[in-house]
Design a protein around this ligand. Sequence first.
Ligand code: COA
Length: 174
Amino acid sequence: MTKQKPAKESVTIMTEMVLPNDTNTLNNLMGGRLMHWMDVVAAIAAQKHSNRIVVTASADNISFKQPINLGNVVTLRSQVTRAFNSSMEVFIEVTAEDIPARKKLMTHRAFFTFVAVDQNGRPIEVPEVSPESEEEKELFEGALRRRQLRLVLAKRMKPEDAVELRSIFNLDIK
Ligand SMILES: CC(C)(COP(=O)(O)OP(=O)(O)OC[C@H]1O[C@@H](n2cnc3c(N)ncnc32)[C@H](O)[C@@H]1OP(=O)(O)O)[C@@H](O)C(=O)NCCC(=O)NCCS
């Protein structure tokens, strides 16, 4: 198996137009539809990195600060930030564009975690990520703390074992 792959090899771009069937009664994009698109674009990035079947293990908190309107063009960009053993963190950025009005807005950023599995659904090892650009390096660095936070919240890690996470809060757990 390839031991390392550049982060940029997983970059995936998906473009959708918000149609009436995607909206709520206020004519704005439904949150569930956006999360579906995020899940798909992130899964493709994880597949590109691992060349494996992948399953969604978790999605970090997603907040909806502003609505995306009917007729907007939504672009989702995803990229694997870091891989651990069988899991990969994927960063997703969403922009919404009103093309006739020449307005473009970054609306969402989120992190999803995918696990590569074999034909029987058992976790399987994936290549490491080698970050190259400054942004890729920053995302790579932060990924360890974010992993610890989500594993603590999922009760898969003891808070006292989340060493890198604790260090940013200057926590001294005895
Ligand atoms: C994700 C899944 C494969 C993990 O299986 P598991 O038996 O718990 O396996 P492990 O304990 O060995 O964990 C495997 C990896 O998943 C990661 N993981 C498990 N739960 C996680 C969570 N809630 N958040 C982030 N990562 C998680 C572990 O940290 C581990 O990562 P690593 O190998 O890089 O160290 C399993 O829970 C599963 O199949 N879930 C359903 C996935 C699915 O159907 N998704 C669609 C939603 S309907």
